[in-house]
Write a protein of this length. Structure first.
Length: 425
């Protein structure tokens, strides 16, 4: 019997036998196998004595999936954009691929219907979050705005990939403004058809927050590596701090908004915007795509600023060392002169912290005071990713961008919790 990809096979060598699912190999001389432990392994075809089919791949019939509704439960809308949470194992490649029918999400995890009805599923696009940019965030923002102004919808869940989730949550915070209902971004680090997937708990907790009174843009996901509870975190104060763990997202310079588990919601941070279903939301999708996020490193040549200026960039957020330092007069690559030069030409320079946690304070050291005099806007405890989004949003308003003092005022105005004045030093 000829083996085809997706079949469960034995790969025989002279002294060893490997078992697993046969995968489609991009190289004719290589046989790929997904082992039972989940890892993929490749063999040289010429060294194999036999490939024996143990079990043929089962044909999968496209099934119609009807979303359950219960008139006694609140309704939510879901915007699905791709990412691991909207993917499943692909027996051909051994990796994951997008769900062909987004409603499959509910076949794997129907527990969300214990909390609410999912009345609308919108799929503006399907892509990995590493491929997303501000045009995608605008697209999502338009969908979310429509649902927020729908009287039949209690809240909105947005599902996407994790890699740029904290950028998206910041962008939606500024695009959507003061909300009337919750907007919850959720995700999974492992695909929905894996036993270790974190999608189940994340989706159920996201649904609970979507029908809560916390009218904020927030992320919801595992608070620990166990399946015990989730945190809801303000969209402008969250960062992905681990590449693969299920509790990858943490609040930075802020408390979580809430703790969510099977028993319900425990509010941790009472400083939030309260639901007002009578209010209408009007999005503000202004965005300048000529803003850069730059990480300073020791010995870096300041002429990098010339590159961005010559390319037409209007602003740069620089991740600075310590309390807000870059190389000054004692360095072979002093930045003072170049910083003055590009700012005098109209470029906006903002400072955020490389340390992630804590607040910038340029007044502690003489180098910081020297740098502040050049006109740099020090963004206190704002996350650099949030700062980049915010500066792009501020400079997207042409009337604001004409006046540096207005830009500075807006950057230091706490619109959506991006600045924490109560942060302990």
């Amino acid at each position: 019997m000829e083996a085809k990809f997706g079949d469960y096979v034995e790969v025989h060598f002279v002294k060893e036998i490997y078992e697993g699912v046969l995968l489609d190999s991009p190289e004719s001389g290589i046989v790929l196998l997904k082992l039972d432990n989940g890892y993929n392994i490749g063999f040289k075809k010429k060294e194999i004595s036999e490939i024996k089919v143990v079990k043929k791949k089962e044909s999968v019939k496209e099934e119609k999936i009807d979303l359950k509704t219960d008139s006694k439960k609140p309704n939510i809308a879901m915007v699905i954009t791709g990412g691991t949470i909207a993917s499943k194992y692909d027996s051909k490649t051994g990796g994951v691929s997008w769900l062909t029918n987004p409603n499959e999400l509910f076949k794997f995890y129907p527990e969300i219907f214990e909390v609410c009805n999912v009345v609308v599923v919108d799929v503006p696009f399907m892509k990995g979050s590493e491929d997303m940019d501000y045009l995608d965030w605008k697209n999502v923002g338009r969908s979310v705005e429509r649902f927020l102004n729908d009287k039949n919808v209690s809240g909105v869940i947005v599902t996407q990939g994790t890699d740029s989730l904290h950028y998206a949550s910041s962008a939606l915070s500024f695009f959507l403004g003061k909300l009337n209902k919750p907007v919850v971004l959720t995700y999974s680090q492992r695909s929905i058809d894996r036993a270790s997937s974190d999608a189940d708990l994340n989706l159920k907790c996201a649904a609970l927050m979507a029908i809560s009174n916390v009218a904020e843009v927030m992320t919801v996901g595992h608070a620990t590596t166990n399946d015990d509870f989730c945190y809801a975190i303000r969209g402008t104060k969250v960062r992905k701090l681990h590449a693969s763990r299920r509790d990858a997202f943490k609040p930075v310079n802020d408390l979580p908004l809430a703790k969510i588990n099977s028993k319900g919601i425990e509010i941790i941070n009472s400083n939030y915007n309260v639901r007002d279903d009578k209010k209408k939301v009007k999005s503000d999708l202004n965005f300048c795509d000529k803003v850069a996020l730059l990480k300073f490193y020791p010995g870096q040549n300041p002429e990098i600023l010339d590159f961005y200026f010559e390319k037409g960039y209007k602003g740069i957020v620089i991740e600075m060392l310590g309390l807000g330092q870059v190389a000054t007069s004692d360095s072979r690559n002093a930045w003072i002169t170049k910083l003055k030069e590009v700012q005098n030409k109209g470029m906006i320079i903002c400072a955020a912290a490389q340390t992630v946690y804590g607040r910038l304070n340029p007044l502690v050291y003489s180098t910081g005071r020297e740098l502040e005099k050049t006109g740099i806007i020090y963004l206190e405890d704002m996350l650099s990713e949030t700062a980049w989004i915010k500066l792009s949003w501020v400079l997207g308003h042409v009337d604001w961008a004409k006046d540096k003092e207005i830009v500075k005022e807006k950057m230091l105005t706490n619109f959506f919790g991006e600045l924490n004045k109560n942060l302990r030093e």
